[in-house]
Design a protein around this ligand. Structure first.
Ligand SMILES: [Zn+2]
Length: 90
């Protein structure tokens, strides 16, 4: 379990959620042929949100950071983003 801010989205490889095979990002799993394009879309979306969240924090824009952290907590649940979004509410 990784509770640090996610840096996995910069990785060059992904893991198939069906069979667990590690591989380069591609449209379908090399082993079980599952369509894994959605994984990449989610990873890209989460990476953009993560950047937006950090940029907003650096600019002291807590409302914008909170919104990004809440969205991150939904699409990529980690304790870090749940706690951050709660922290920014207070
Ligand atoms: Zn697979």
């Amino acid at each position: 379990m990784n509770e640090q801010p996610q840096e996995n989205f910069n990785q060059l490889e992904c893991r198939c959620p069906v069979c667990g095979a590690e591989q380069a990002w591609q449209n379908e799993c090399r082993r079980c042929r599952t369509d894994i394009r959605i994984l990449r879309q989610l990873a890209n979306e989460a990476y953009s949100l993560q950047r937006r969240c950090f940029e907003a924090l650096m600019a002291d824009d807590h409302a914008r950071a909170k919104k990004a952290a809440e969205q991150l907590a939904q699409i990529h649940p980690t304790q870090f983003y749940e706690k951050l979004s709660r922290f920014l509410k207070e």
